[in-house]
Ligand binder design. Structure first.
Ligand code: SAH
Length: 362
C-alpha cells in the first residue's frame, strides 16, 4: 500500500508514460521536486523535525569544523582570498558555529568568500537568517564557484545524493527500478546489463545471485568540479556521513520521518530519503580527478583528536544545569561508538597541501 501524496500521482503518471524509473530518479523527485519534494519543507531538520544532524545536536561539532578550517587555511599559507564552500548547509547552523570559532584566526573571516551550495529555496531562507552577516553567495552547484583556494565542508550531503541500485539475478546485473501496480509502488528488476555497462558502474564481474550494489552517479562530477577549483589554488574538503568502505552492504536506501524509519516507497515526498555513502567509491573518484583522499576515520575520533572534550569542559564551566545536560548528552551522542561516533565517518580530500590535514595521518 502507498499513502496518496501529490508526488505519488506525479510518479504514477510518469511510470505510466515512460515505464519503471531508476531509484536515482525516484530519489531525486522525492527530495528535489520544486513543489512536492521533501526539501521544500522548512521543518525537515532539527529536534522538532524529521531527522537531527550533528550540528543540530551540539555546537561543538560546528566549532571543531571551524577550527579545522582555520588550521587548513594556515597550512595553505593563509591566502588573502579563498572560497569557503558548504555543500547542503541545511539550516545554516554548522556554518554559523564554524565561523564563530574560525573568527579567532586573525584574517580568516576577511579572506573567506562564503559559497552555499543549496537546492532548496526554503532552506536558503533559513541559511540567510543565520548567515546574512557573512555575505554568502548561493549557488546551485560547485560549477558556479570560481577556481582558486578553497575549503569545502559537507555534512550529510553525499548521503542525500541519488543512488542507483543493481541486483544480481540469474547470473547478470539488473537495475532495481521503481514500478507501479494498482496505484502502489514496488521494486522491479530491469533487463540484464551488458558486461561493459556493468564495468562502467564498477559492478563486480563475479557475484552471487541476490547481491545488491549501489552507485552514486553525481560523485564523479562533484570530484571533477573540486579538481577544477584546485587548478587555481590549494583545496581541502571535509566530508561527514554515515557509510562504509565499499564492503557492499546491499540495499541501504532508507526513509526517515518523525525520527523513525519507514518504507521508502510508502509516501513519496513525505520522508527524508538517503543511502549509505561508499567512501571507497568517493576515494576512487577523487583519485581519478587528481585529488588526494584521507580517511575515512570514525567521526568520534575526528572530534576527540581535535579537542572536542576540552571544548566541552570550557562550555560546561559557564553552563546552567539545563545547559550542562544538553552539552553532555550532545557530546556523548556525537562521540560514543554506539551512537554516532563510529557509524558516521570523517573523510577529507586535498590538493596542493604538503601534509594531510589534521587529524588524518595517511
Ligand atoms: N548539512 C546540514 C543538512 C543536511 S540535509 C546539516 O548537517 O544539518 C542535506 C542538505 O543538502 C539540505 O540542505 C539539502 O537541501 C541539500 N541538498 C541535497 N541535495 C542537494 C543537491 N543536489 N544540490 C544542492 N543541495 C542539496
Amino acid at each position: 500500500m502507498a499513502r496518496a501524496t501529490p508526488l505519488l500521482d506525479i510518479i504514477l503518471a510518469r511510470i505510466g508514460r515512460d515505464g519503471p524509473m531508476s531509484i536515482g530518479h525516484y530519489m531525486e523527485l522525492c527530495l528535489q521536486h520544486p513543489e512536492h519534494g521533501y526539501y521544500r519543507r522548512a521543518d525537515a531538520i532539527g529536534v522538532q523535525g524529521d531527522f537531527i544532524t550533528a550540528p543540530e545536536i551540539s555546537q561543538i561539532f560546528g566549532e571543531i569544523v571551524g577550527a579545522w578550517a582555520a588550521t587548513v587555511w594556515a597550512m595553505m599559507g593563509a591566502p588573502a582570498r579563498f572560497s569557503l564552500v558548504e555543500l547542503g548547509p541545511g539550516r545554516g547552523v554548522l556554518m554559523a558555529d564554524a565561523l564563530r570559532a574560525a573568527a579567532r584566526a586573525p584574517g580568516f573571516l576577511a579572506a573567506a568568500q562564503l559559497h552555499l551550495v543549496e537546492s532548496s529555496q526554503r532552506l536558503r531562507q533559513e541559511q540567510r537568517a543565520r548567515l546574512a552577516g557573512h555575505g554568502p553567495i548561493w549557488v546551485e552547484s560547485l560549477a558556479e564557484v570560481p577556481p582558486g583556494p578553497a575549503i569545502l565542508i559537507a555534512n550529510e550531503f553525499f548521503d542525500a545524493l541519488p543512488i542507483r541500485q543493481f541486483a544480481r539475478a540469474e547470473g547478470a546485473w539488473r537495475e532495481r527500478l521503481v514500478a507501479a501496480k494498482g496505484g502502489a509502488l514496488h521494486i522491479a528488476l530491469g533487463a540484464a546489463l551488458a558486461s561493459e555497462d556493468a564495468a562502467r558502474f564498477f559492478l563486480p564481474a563475479a557475484a552471487e545471485d541476490g547481491e545488491i550494489c549501489e552507485v552514486r552517479p553525481a560523485v564523479g562530477e562533484i570530484m571533477a568540479q573540486m579538481a577544477r577549483l584546485a587548478e587555481g589554488g590549494a583545496l581541502a574538503a571535509l566530508i561527514f556521513d554515515y557509510g562504509h568502505r565499499g564492503e557492499g552492504l546491499g540495499d541501504t536506501l532508507q526513509a526517515v520521518a518523525r525520527h523513525r524509519f519507514c518504507d521508502p516507497l510508502f509516501a513519496p515526498g513525505e520522508s527524508d530519503l538517503s543511502a549509505h555513502v561508499d567512501f571507497a567509491a568517493l576515494a576512487r573518484a577523487a583519485r581519478t580527478s587528481g585529488l588526494t583522499p584521507h580517511g575515512p576515520i570514525p567521526m568520534g575520533r575526528f572530534l576527540l583528536e581535535l579537542g572536542a572534550a576540552q571544548r566541552l569542559q570550557a562550555l560546561l564551566a559557564g553552563a546552567s544545569e539545563a545547559q550542562r545536560e544538553r552539552l553532555l548528552s550532545g557530546f556523548r551522542r556525537l562521540t560514543a561508538p554506539l551512537e554516532m561516533g563510529e557509524l558516521f565517518k570523517s573523510f577529507a580530500l586535498t590538493a596542493g597541501l604538503a601534509e594531510p590535514p589534521p587529524p588524518f595521518r595517511d
